[in-house]
Design a protein around this ligand. Structure first.
Ligand code: MN
Ligand code: MN
Length: 459
């Protein structure tokens, strides 16, 4: 009988090769799916290859069916229909596919002092100075409108070996003494986070024309992106994300460094654990991958959207079940990252309760800030159920929290699910340097989170 609780490393308790192999698949997903649109395409293609069919309203819903539905290119729901009626509830995971980044504005293009730029508006909680002087790539979509016809044009620049990349420049230290004495939030003003995109004037410009470089950029875009014009930026979603791929960190390769672990590191195990179900689960397993978590889960593709409710109601109608009853009997793992205890910054943590790298999947009873403000705070009863599921399956797991009390805090999609009368608790992977353009996670924690979700779907 173990009388004490302690977080322990899990490296002695796992199949190292399976863990390392699993990480390779995850790294490929990170590189391909840096934006929510790209991540949705990647997951949908995987789902198709695993026998999932795109859900259409009015379809039958019977045990063993594997269905997916895409929400406006930016979110996806995977469903594996269980043996029990939907009235007995779902085994639901909910993660997000958006990540902090630098978005291109609606009227972005200008030139100044012999250089052309895009204006930006950052997305999510970033330390702005971390995005200076690093290579950036451009991803997204332009919806070109011409003569009443709309053409969706995907944009990917900087992700292929010979592609150009982009950058936000920083000040040289020689002239940086004023800058270095500023507060970190003021090192670069958001209005000055402009992306360098070119400097060669157009040969077609008139002698007295003011914006010759801007003209050259527009000529290039017009030629390469379905005759787009400057007005088509109004109907575009373009983002700059770091232009480097995921890599192993450490002599022992025990970590992965990459852009976008938050929350790809939970989305990927949540989805692949669905794909790995070899038998029809007892309860219907569902994996919800949403957008807009980093800006508060608002909007039509965020967790507060009724898209999820409509989908559940559609499924329930097919089985003659009341959707409210289905939700009431569901349990949910809000699959999101937490901070990993960092010995370089011990002052913001509380070592007993913060999650540690290499100690497995982290279960977080509550998030929030200033006296648990804004948290759904999972019930003791749900915590007990999740503990039993994970222990029975031999999953290495631990508790986590968001740092010292009154140090800061944050939230996840958990409360939006709990508000719908679903028993919900946060679960996911501890992250070092969260929200930086290069975050670090432990492969063990990734793999254990995958095993944890797999056990949860089968429960
Ligand atoms: Mn997150
Ligand atoms: Mn986040």
């Amino acid at each position: 009988m173990e009388l004490f609780y302690d977080k322990k490393t899990g490296w002695d308790k796992l199949d190292k090769k399976a863990c390392m192999d699993y990480a390779e698949g995850y790294k490929a997903f990170l590189d391909a799916g840096k934006t929510e649109r790209d991540a949705v395409s990647y997951i949908a293609a995987q789902a198709e290859s695993k026998g999932y069919k795109e859900w259409k309203r009015g379809m039958d819903v019977k045990a063993g069916d594997k269905l997916y539905q895409i929400n406006r290119h930016k979110g996806i729901i995977l469903t594996h229909v269980g043996k029990a009626s939907l009235s007995e509830g779902l085994r639901l995971t909910a993660a997000h596919l958006d990540a902090p980044r630098v978005d291109i504005r609606t009227v972005p293009l200008y030139e100044q002092e012999g250089m052309a730029y895009f204006k930006t508006h950052y997305y999510g909680g970033i330390k702005k100075y971390q995005w200076l002087a690093i290579p950036l790539e451009l991803r997204g979509v332009v919806c070109v409108c011409k003569d009443g016809k709309i053409t969706r044009v995907p944009v990917h620049v900087g992700d292929k070996p010979n592609d150009p990349k982009f950058v936000i420049t920083d000040l040289l230290p020689h002239l940086g003494s004023d800058q270095m004495s500023k507060k970190a939030t003021d090192i670069i003003k958001a209005e000055n986070m402009n992306i360098l995109i070119g400097s060669i004037p157009s040969e077609n410009a008139k002698e007295d024309e003011k914006d010759k470089i801007k003209r050259a950029i527009m000529e290039y875009l017009h030629e390469n992106y379905e005759n787009m014009t400057e007005a088509d930026f109004l109907s575009a979603e373009l983002s700059c994300v770091p232009a480097y791929n995921a890599c192993d960190i450490g002599f022992d390769r025990s970590f992965i460094g990459a852009y976008g672990h938050d929350d790809h590191v939970c989305s990927y195990p949540a989805a692949t654990a669905m794909f790995d179900l070899t038998e029809t689960p007892e309860h219907t397993a569902m994996c919800l991958l949403v957008d807009k978590e980093e800006t508060g889960s608002d909007g039509v593709t965020g967790m507060q959207s009724h898209h999820f409710d409509t989908f559940v109601a559609d499924l329930c109608r097919a089985q003659n079940v009341l959707p409210e009853e289905c939700l009431e009997n569901s349990i949910c793992l809000s699959a999101d990252v937490c901070n990993a205890f960092d010995p370089n910054f011990p002052e913001v943590s509380e070592a007993r309760n913060d999650a540690r790298v290499g100690c497995g999947m982290a279960i977080i009873k509550y998030t929030g800030s200033r006296g648990k403000g804004g948290t759904s705070d999972a019930t003791a009863e749900l915590m007990a159920r999740v503990r039993c599921i994970l222990d029975d399956a031999g999953v290495v797991w631990q508790t986590g929290q968001l740092g010292r009390v009154d140090q800061g805090g944050g939230g996840t999609v958990a409360k939006f699910l709990a508000n719908r009368n679903i028993d919900t608790v946060d679960a996911g992977v501890p992250v070092l340097s969260m929200h930086a353009p290069f975050e670090t996670i432990s492969k063990l924690d990734l793999y254990m989170t995958h095993l944890g979700f797999h056990a949860f779907y089968r429960a």
